[in-house]
Design a protein around this ligand. Structure first.
Ligand SMILES: Cc1ncc(COP(=O)(O)O)c(C=O)c1O
Length: 241
């Protein structure tokens, strides 16, 4: 399906029970099992919620990834991705990243032993020189917030893979309409959906999309374990946006 057709279909469904064509807001924390050892596929909304599932599948489709994850804010999405790393790991991150991303790396993840080198992501030599034996990922925003600096995702992803690192791209400012980092080789895409993905300035939300199953499972685990999920009302608002 063409990208614009995909966008036009986001959130449209045919609810089997009622025929509703707008995704219903399943405002339920818990789901009853039909019987012992049986499940509708939903148990508890931190793990999965039917409205969130529609949104997560839609964003995965738009970014051309294997799975999407909806978080309660862009910073919850950034944190969720960073939590797949461990003490002793090192990250190479664009120096002109969103201030909140800088803050959480500098003031929170640093306390847990994850170190960061900030680089000019438009300078491939500087990025390559920052990689150490402990580096696990290169995280860029392109364009950056606030200076709108541009990075070459294709080249950065190639460099990352050459060193067996993840390439993570914060795609908040372009959205998958203008740029699909996974198609350029990135492994993970992050959004502050609060901005252009929702587009109405009425919902705070974050999105992560993974290209491959192994990373998707790590993020699914963190999302459920830490619990900063997007509520069903906000999922509906983002689907509408
Ligand atoms: C590029 C970028 N990433 C992440 C965030 C954090 O998103 P949120 O404000 O939804 O937590 C922002 C917020 O402005 C941003 O601009």
């Amino acid at each position: 399906m063409e990208f614009c057709s995909k966008v036009a279909h986001v959130g449209l469904c045919t609810d089997a029970k009622t025929g509703a064509i707008s995704t219903p807001i399943y405002q339920s924390a818990t789901f009853r099992h039909p019987g012992l050892g049986q499940s509708t596929g939903f148990d508890y909304s931190r793990t999965q919620n039917p409205t969130r599932k529609v949104l997560e599948e839609a964003v995965a489709d738009l970014e051309n990834g294997i799975a999407g994850f909806a978080f309660s804010s862009g910073m919850a999405a950034v944190s969720g991705v960073l939590m797949i790393y461990s003490s002793g790991d090192h990250l190479v991150v664009v120096e002109d990243c969103y201030g909140g991303t800088y803050r959480i790396l500098d003031k929170v993840f640093a306390r847990f032993g994850i170190t960061t080198t900030f680089v000019d992501s438009s300078d491939m030599t500087e990025i390559a020189q920052a990689i150490t034996q402990d580096t696990k990922a290169i995280l860029v925003e392109t364009p950056t917030n606030p200076l709108m600096k541009i990075a070459d995702i294709r080249q950065i992803a190639a460099l990352a893979h050459q060193h067996k690192l993840h390439c993570i791209v914060d795609n908040t400012f372009l959205t998958p309409y203008f740029q699909r980092p996974l198609e350029l080789g990135a492994d993970i895409v992050i959004h502050s959906g609060t901005k252009y993905l929702s587009g109405h300035n009425d919902v705070l939300c974050g999105i992560v999309v993974a290209r491959e199953a192994e990373l998707a499972e790590k993020i699914r685990f963190i999302q459920n374990a830490t619990g900063a999920v997007l509520g069903p009302q906000d999922c509906w608002l983002l689907l509408r946006g």
